[in-house]
Design a protein around this ligand. Structure first.
Ligand code: NAD
Ligand code: TYD
Length: 352
């Protein structure tokens, strides 16, 4: 038996593979293009482990997808592969359309052909799990109720629009062809291995490098932060017990303003690694120009997955953010190899 993970060298995908192989010996096929966000060093613990098979490939490339499916016959696919950074989608939306929309389409269509040829039992047991975001629902006002699965899609950035589009394609492949799909829409994740362009790792890195800590606009935008392992556990439950055709929202039940997040990180760093001048890292905070079209608030109603799949977050924000800051302190080399670009050499050296 095998599962196919796309985008497994990214932040959430690599956390998922590490968590998965802690409790399972099932072969994990990891199909990843290794865009700037893919970093095989995240998975170096599996260098000599036959349970993890890495294949460098693009979900836009049908021949590769078909060959992977027909070689390994996975019983499930988890589609993590995506362009994932909102700011990049504003500066250059094209890659987002390619990977998030066309890539998901190609993956779905090759999966349908593969699935069509399975015998009835394997057909029934097969799952295509599409990992998506709460950003497809748009933005909330201060007192609006949190996003439910039945909320209307109102994506506001090229990133969220491309993810919304991919969700619709996945839905249509279930409705039209009967492909057993599940969509999960999760809130903002944080934890180990997050690329240092995203808020939390960027702030930790800039703080330690004596650089400004950029806060967009007034810093009062709200996100619902979830520790990455809690997301991975929710995905595992959805894979095991989710109902085909269903959508599950996953959220941290933890709404915080960006300013609160940055101040919290400064506070933790002040106690773990105080600045040599005795001042707080908060001195480095700088309010900068706001992101165009910046969504004001995200909040996820996770009642459905809590009730139906018995999932709830296990990590409190206090413990999760403390662990995360500590991970980045312990792994400054990982960050500096990304900043310098050296992490790209890994593939050349490892797979020469
Ligand atoms: P990431 O940017 O860290 O990783 C994406 C991975 O996909 C990288 O390894 C990259 O190399 C790979 N990839 C990109 N284009 C590809 C292609 N065409 N073919 C094959 N591989 C390709 O992203 P992440 O934060 O780990 O997010 C993973 C998924 O979870 C995404 O679909 C994202 O939309 C979703 N999501 C993320 C968050 C979050 O807070 N990070 C929250 C909810 C949902
Ligand atoms: P980000 O980590 O990019 O995730 P997303 O845009 O998908 O929510 O950003 C989280 C929040 O932090 C978002 O409201 C934008 C804000 N932000 C800043 O204020 N400064 C920064 O330098 C970055 C990267 C983000």
């Amino acid at each position: 038996m095998a599962i196919l993970i796309t985008g497994g060298a990214g932040f959430i995908g690599s956390n998922f593979i590490i968590d998965w192989l802690e409790t399972s010996n099932e072969l994990v096929i990891n199909l990843d293009k290794l865009s700037y966000a893919g970093n095989l060093e995240n998975l170096s613990c599996f260098d000599n482990d036959t349970r993890h098979k890495f294949i460098q490939g693009d979900i836009c490339d049908r021949a590769t997808i078909s060959s992977v499916l027909n070689t390994y016959h996975p019983r499930a696919i988890l589609n993590f592969a995506a362009e994932s950074h909102v700011d990049r989608s504003i500066h250059g939306p094209e890659d987002f359309i390619q990977t998030n929309i066309l890539g998901t389409f190609n993956l779905l269509d090759e999966t349908r052909k593969f699935w069509d040829k399975l015998d009835q039992t394997n057909k029934n047991d097969f799952v295509f799990l599409h990992v998506s975001t709460d950003e497809v629902y748009g933005t909330l006002k201060a007192h609006d109720p949190a996003f439910c699965e039945s909320n209307r899609y109102e994506p506001n950035s090229p990133y969220s629009a491309s993810k919304a589009s991919s969700d619709h394609l996945v839905r249509s492949y279930h409705h039209t062809y009967g492909l057993p799909t599940i969509i999960t829409n999760c809130s903002n994740n944080y934890g180990a291995f997050q690329f240092p362009e995203k808020l939390i790792p960027l702030i930790i890195h800039n703080a330690l490098s004596n650089k400004p800590l950029p806060i967009y606009g007034d810093g009062q935008q709200i996100r619902d932060w979830l520790y990455v392992s809690d997301h991975c556990r929710a995905l595992k439950l959805a894979l095991q017990s989710g109902t085909p055709g269903e959508v599950y929202n996953i959220g941290g039940l933890n709404e915080k303003t960006n300013l609160e997040i940055v101040e919290k990180i400064c506070h933790i760093l002040d106690s773990k690694l105080p600045r040599t001048d005795g001042l707080s890292y908060k001195e480095q905070i700088q309010f900068v120009e706001d992101r165009p079209g910046h969504d004001r608030r995200y909040a996820v109603n996770a009642d459905k997955i809590q009730k139906e799949l018995k999932w709830s977050p296990q990590e409190s924000f206090e413990s999760g953010i403390e662990k995360t800051v500590q991970w980045y302190l312990d792994n400054q080399l990982w960050v500096s190899r990304i900043i310098s670009g050296d992490y790209r050499d890994w593939v050349k050296r490892q797979y020469a």
